[in-house]
Design a protein around this ligand. Structure first.
Ligand code: IDP
Ligand code: MG
Length: 142
């Protein structure tokens, strides 16, 4: 089913010059990219986005990392977009992510911190929630 999902190029993908190869993978998977823009996130926005991990010991490092520079955000649309994008991303832990996935190929763990390059919504409900959170009411998806 054609659907939309939300993605973030985290600072590690931008600083590591991985944005272009990641975009190529997105197009090659048949997904369309829209509403692409650079944003500087506030700690409050990151806390809302990552509400499910806000109480974890590793959260402060993630929050600092996500607000330190621009993020690129976008909406991906296409067949089964949520799972298609999660499949391209690979597992959360780059050391467990398969080769050929974005996190498996570009991600790494350094001093216990996970650098996994990209975010993707994990369900259509969360895609809707995250798109509203990051873009406001003026952008809606089906
Ligand atoms: P996801 O990004 O694959 O959806 P989530 O469980 O939603 O994974 O966690 C959000 C983010 O929090 C991850 O992408 C990663 O940056 C970080 N994270 C999750 N679990 C851990 C962990 O056990 N150690 C360090 N960082 C983690
Ligand atoms: Mg998640």
């Amino acid at each position: 089913m054609k659907q939309s999902t939300f993605m973030i190029f985290k600072p590690d993908s931008i600083e590591g010059n991985h944005v272009q190869p990641i975009i190529e993978r997105i197009f090659n998977a048949g997904l369309e990219i829209s509403h692409f823009k650079a944003v500087i996130a506030t700690p409050e926005l990151i806390e809302q986005h990552y509400a499910h991990i806000a109480d974890k010991p590793f959260f402060k490092a993630i929050e600092d990392f996500m607000v330190k520079g621009p993020l690129y955000i976008a909406i991906l649309t296409g067949e089964d977009a949520v799972n298609t994008w999660r499949g391209l991303m690979g597992a959360t832990n780059p050391e467990a992510a398969e080769q050929g996935t974005i996190r498996g190929d570009f991600g790494y763990v350094k001093n216990g911190q996970v650098f996994n390059m990209v975010h993707g919504s994990d369900s259509t409900d969360n895609a809707k929630r995250e798109i509203e959170l990051w873009y406001g009411k003026d952008v809606t998806i089906d």
